[in-house]
Design a protein around this ligand. Structure first.
Ligand SMILES: Cc1cc2nc3c(=O)[nH]c(=O)nc-3n(C[C@H](O)[C@H](O)[C@H](O)COP(=O)(O)O)c2cc1C
Length: 217
């Protein structure tokens, strides 16, 4: 049994990456961690050539990644939320799994999970539901392919404005948008996955639950 984990975060050893690695390690099974920024994956061009061949006509790394997904027994997809929706690398990867659909449903029945790091804390109805939007993008991919959606992990991340150097002067600062007009960069704590017990527990649970599903087959 092998579980494939795919991270769309381009940041080195990011919150997203670490949450994904913990979920993979918690399976106790053979795993493979893929960082999409190490690969070239264009989005689907909707030509439908893959319908007959189950292979994409775009000759980039999307071919090899789709093959890894087809061979894996389970899949965990991890992304983040620029402009409060799923990041483009993760979305392009998902689109490039389309060749696995027709007419066999190669992903159908496999357990899957989602991990999303977003900078918008939950519970503020004036701000976009970034985490839920990201998770739904992954969840509905999995459900549309007939996969078993096992669970989701929500990680609080950091707005780029806390490290860009202009976060206090910039009139577009997301620090003020998220935390209030009086907030300064120095008053915002750096969000770290390991300091978020709910997220850590959810990542461990996701890994264990996926392993359970696979063992019970
Ligand atoms: C260009 C850009 C725009 C962003 N916009 C949002 C946003 O609208 N909402 C949000 O929740 N996070 C936003 N983020 C923050 C990311 O979700 C955040 O950087 C996340 O913590 C990255 O996760 P990582 O540390 O695992 O890479 C944005 C990040 C970038 C780079």
């Amino acid at each position: 049994m092998k579980i494939l984990g795919v991270s769309g975060s381009p940041i080195e050893n990011s919150n997203t990456d670490r949450a994904l690695r913990l979920a993979l390690d918690s399976t106790g099974m053979e795993t493979e961690f893929i960082k999409l920024s190490d690969y070239e994956v264009a989005p689907c061009k909707a030509c439908l050539e893959c319908v007959k061949t189950n292979r994409c006509v775009i000759e980039d790394d999307g071919i090899v990644l789709a093959e890894k997904a087809r061979e894996a027994d389970a899949l965990i997809i991890a992304g983040f939320t620029p402009y409060s929706s799923l990041d483009a690398r993760t979305k392009a990867f998902i689109e490039r799994l389309y060749p696995l659909r027709h007419t066999h449903g190669y992903m159908a029945g496999k357990p899957g999970g989602a991990i999303i790091t977003c900078a918008i804390p939950p519970g503020n109805e004036m701000l976009p539901p970034a985490c839920e939007t990201g998770i739904n993008s992954i969840k509905y991919y999995m459900l549309e392919e007939g996969m078993e959606f096992v669970g989701a992990v929500r990680v609080l991340g950091n707005v780029p404005c806390i490290k860009c150097g202009q976060g206090d002067e910039c009139k577009m600062s997301a620090v003020k948008m998220i935390y209030g007009p009086d907030k300064m960069v120095s008053s915002v704590e750096i969000a770290t996955f390991e300091k978020q017990p709910e997220a850590v527990e959810a990542a461990i649970k996701l890994g264990k639950d996926i392993a359970e599903r696979l063992k019970s087959r």
